[in-house]
Design a protein around this ligand. Structure first.
Ligand code: HDE
Length: 750
């Protein structure tokens, strides 16, 4: 499908859904008779995959379409069978010697079923174990042709992709919203071979050399004795390591910032982190860093939201990704390059391009857009696709090559090695989601889980028996280019270049680039995490690191911890802030933002309907919150006072003052003598209080204004009241473009 065809507007999609839900014969619509939900007694066609899932992958290992039916790799036929295709009468009872007798060993169906089940789990990824993925399309702009010959970047060229987002530290079942770095790995199925851009949502890394990877991960994973804490860095071993191995301080600062708790995968930037080497059609080279820029802007949760979501909806990010795609609000990013001259020093503006703990500020080297990524399809099967997808930084197309970044060099080894254990052998490229969409003729043979039935007798070169095949490709036949960079004559050493010794200046640059509210968040994050450490010496050592970054940051965190502020470590580096690093102060499209509307079933529902339609027309997603499920009037209810919680909404509207629902616990009577006082369900008050505390736009009209008064938030910044609902909705839409009502946060740290 072409992006132009698939990028439906969320308005149409959501409006269609609403219209369908409101149709007189729709299930649940007033007066309609719901169809009976019973187990069918005769074979029926199974449900097809949902439209946004597409059909299962049907490519052969060599990349050609097979023409086999779409479900050839899934389950076929209506009858229950064994794995060998023999039909079965019963799968509910074991074969026994009489109804009360022992189970017989000869029950081959029982043994097959249980044995397969016993082996259903595979080892989770050693890092990035928890993730969510989606299929999509990448379209090149043609703007990179001067610097790279990579065909997928040509103007208008469309390439299928699979993207997997992840957290780094938690295990497969951990929560989505923990404070952590996020993985952003993209598999481009280009017709010149697969390209994997295996990046993160932060542009720097904890370490400069791959040999330290086991150290940082052992320190960051749960403590080996108690296996806690899960999925987070708020513990002694993490802070022990990063305060001793100070090259980690810059990345740690990013983790403690709002970047560590994204609002959604859709609102994350992505970075290739390393510098790559590009080569164009003429063989000229340039150095480049890769960036993904989200269409919706970069937005984060607040720490309290992130913590609440850990309990209320641990799947918050993956749900958001799937829901957005299914609603037609396709997540979108632009791929951009920062391009640098390929000089022998491999530096730019004094920054060592081989040091993965450093950024090049966008003000010095602007990010130039080279293509657009749109995610259009959710996986059909989580295990087959999201769990089995295998990325590798060494999967490169002609036109993109690696540099000597010592972190990247180590990764080139690790990503194949890990699949041998995780996916059980060397043939993981034959798993459908990993199959290249380019023709494959690799002379690799046999091994565990070999799916290909290779013809021919000569998987070697040179040969005469298979007609000399396969033949090496020339430059004009899209061969991969190993750029012939000169390797310096140098002694064999275990050492870093001197430039790698600067561990603090860019952490300071990041801090200096933040707005007051972002600084406040950083201070609180450090204070929270260090406050969770048991060892005083570790807290003190990290405070000394902060002193080397910024005295105000250090003093604020020390105060929070109740510890003395360490002596300054000497003059601090002069840095020029990079405004591009701040998330605050800009406006972004509000498409796909969630707006909760609290309704009173006895209030003016026509007004509510108009508001809901105008939100849909503006590309927002309205969710009605009512005392009970089903419908209010003709309107479908999406959340009740029991199931709705503030963390799901980006803004809240109060269309009335519903009386406490019968299941309300702790409902208070209207405060006697307070003007406009009404009795409000405590869960509605909690919604308002939390939305207010999390600096979300809140709007009310009519009796809804009484609820604001009751909650004590009327007439405060970002709380909008007006006589007409239309005016309220307009103003709230404008506030949403800025993501939050930033004025509501204290901005002490200028
Ligand atoms: Fe990874 N990393 N990594 N990493 N990484 C893995 O590969 C590794 C690094 C990243 O959704 C593993 O298949 C080493 C940087 C992502 O499947 C493993 C080093 C960046 C994902 C591995 C690094 C990343 C991984 C675990 C230091 C950002 C998830 C399972 C040299 C640029 C991909 C697997 C997915 C996964 C090793 C550092 C990103 C073990 C040795 C820097 C997004 O191979």
């Amino acid at each position: 499908r072409k992006p132009a065809e698939v990028v439906r507007n969320v308005v149409d999609a959501a409006a269609e859904k609403v219209a369908a839900a409101l149709a007189p014969d729709a299930p649940g619509a007033p007066g309609s008779v719901p169809p009976p939900v019973e187990e069918p007694t005769t074979p029926q066609d199974p449900l097809p995959p949902k439209a946004e899932q597409g059909t299962p992958q049907t490519r052969t290992p060599t990349g050609a379409r097979t023409g086999v039916p779409a479900d050839a790799h899934a389950q076929q036929g209506a009858h229950l069978t064994t794995a060998q295709g023999a039909r079965l009468r019963d799968t509910d009872h074991s074969l026994k010697a009489g109804p009360r007798g022992p189970v017989l060993l000869q029950d081959h169906h029982l043994r097959e079923k249980i044995t397969h089940f016993d082996h259903e789990r595979i080892p989770e990824r050693v890092v990035h174990a928890r993730g969510a993925g989606a299929h999509g399309v990448f379209t090149g702009y043609g703007t990179a042709e001067a610097v790279t010959r990579a065909g997928f970047l040509r103007k208008g060229r469309e390439t299928e992709v699979f993207v997997r987002f992840s957290t780094v530290l938690g295990s497969r079942g951990s929560a989505d919203t923990v404070r952590d770095t996020r993985g952003f790995a993209t598999k481009f199925y280009t017709d010149e071979g697969t390209f994997d851009l295996v990046g993160n949502n932060m542009p720097v890394f904890f370490i400069q050399d791959a040999i330290k990877f086991p150290d940082i991960i052992h320190a960051a994973k749960p403590h080996p004795d108690r296996e806690i804490p899960q999925a987070q860095s708020a513990h002694d071993t993490f802070w022990d390591f990063v305060s001793l191995h100070t090259e980690a301080q810059h990345h740690t600062m990013w983790n403690m910032s709002d970047r560590g708790i994204p609002r959604s995968y859709r609102t994350m930037e992505g970075f290739g982190v390393h510098t790559f080497r590009l080569v164009n059609a003429a063989g000229e080279t340039a150095l480049a860093k890769f960036h993904w820029k989200p269409k919706l802007g970069v937005h984060s949760l607040t720490w309290e939201e992130a913590q609440l979501l850990g309990g209320i909806d641990p799947d918050f990010h993956r749900r958001d990704l799937y829901d957005a795609i299914e609603a037609g609000a396709y997540p979108e990013w632009e791929l951009g390059f920062q391009v640098f001259p390929d000089t022998p020093e491999e530096t730019f503006a004094g920054i060592d391009l081989l040091d993965p703990t450093k950024i090049v500020p966008e003000e010095l080297a602007p990010v130039q857009a080279v293509g657009r990524l749109v995610l259009t399809r959710t996986p059909t099967n989580f295990f087959a696709e999201t769990e089995q997808v295998a990325f590798h930084v060494g999967h490169l197309p002609p036109g993109i090559d690696v540099t000597n970044d010592p972190l990247l060099q180590g990764r080139l080894f690790s990503y194949v090695d890990t699949q041998l254990t995780r996916l059980g052998g060397p043939n993981f490229a034959q798993i459908p989601v990993n199959r290249p969409h380019a023709a494959v003729n690799d002379m690799l043979r046999d091994g565990f889980h070999q799916h290909a039935v290779h013809a021919g007798v000569a998987p070697y070169r040179p040969n005469s028996l298979d007609g000399g095949n396969p033949f090496p490709a020339g430059d004009d036949e899209h061969a991969f280019v190993d750029v012939p960079v000169t390797v310096a004559q140098a002694p064999k050493v275990r050492a870093n270049p001197a430039s790698f010794d600067d561990h603090f200046s860019q952490a300071r640059l990041f801090w200096q680039s933040m707005s007051p509210v972002e600084r406040e968040h950083i201070v609180r994050a450090y204070t929270f995490e260090l406050g969770k450490c048991y060892h005083q010496a570790i807290r003190e050592r990290q405070l000394r690191c902060l002193a080397a970054i910024d005295p105000v940051l250090c003093a604020e965190v020390a105060t929070g911890l109740g510890l003395p502020v360490p002596e300054p470590t000497g003059p601090l580096p002069e840095v020029t802030p990079s405004p591009a690093l701040s998330q605050v102060g800009r406006e972004w499209p509000a498409d796909g933002r969630m707006v909760g509307i609290v309704v009173d079933p006895d209030g003016d529902l026509d007004d509510v309907d108009r508001v809901r339609r105008s939100l849909l027309a503006a590309g927002l997603v309205p969710l009605l919150v009512a005392p009970h499920g089903g419908t209010v009037g003709d309107l479908p209810v999406q959340r009740t006072f029991a199931t709705g919680r503030s963390v799901e909404f980006d803004a809240l509207l109060l269309a009335g003052a519903p009386a406490p629902a019968p299941d309300a616990v702790g409902a208070r009577d209207a405060k006697a003598g307070t003007p406009g006082a009404v009795a409000v369900d405590p869960r509605v008050l909690l919604l308002v209080e939390e939305c207010w505390r999390h600096a979300k736009a809140i709007g009310a009209w009519g009796a809804g204004v009484d609820v604001l008064r009751q909650a004590g938030v009327a007439d405060t910044p970002g709380v909008v009241t007006a006589t007409t609902a239309a005016d309220v909705v307009d103003t709230v839409g404008g506030l949403l473009a800025r993501h939050r009502v930033w004025d509501r946060f204290p901005a002490r740290i200028a």
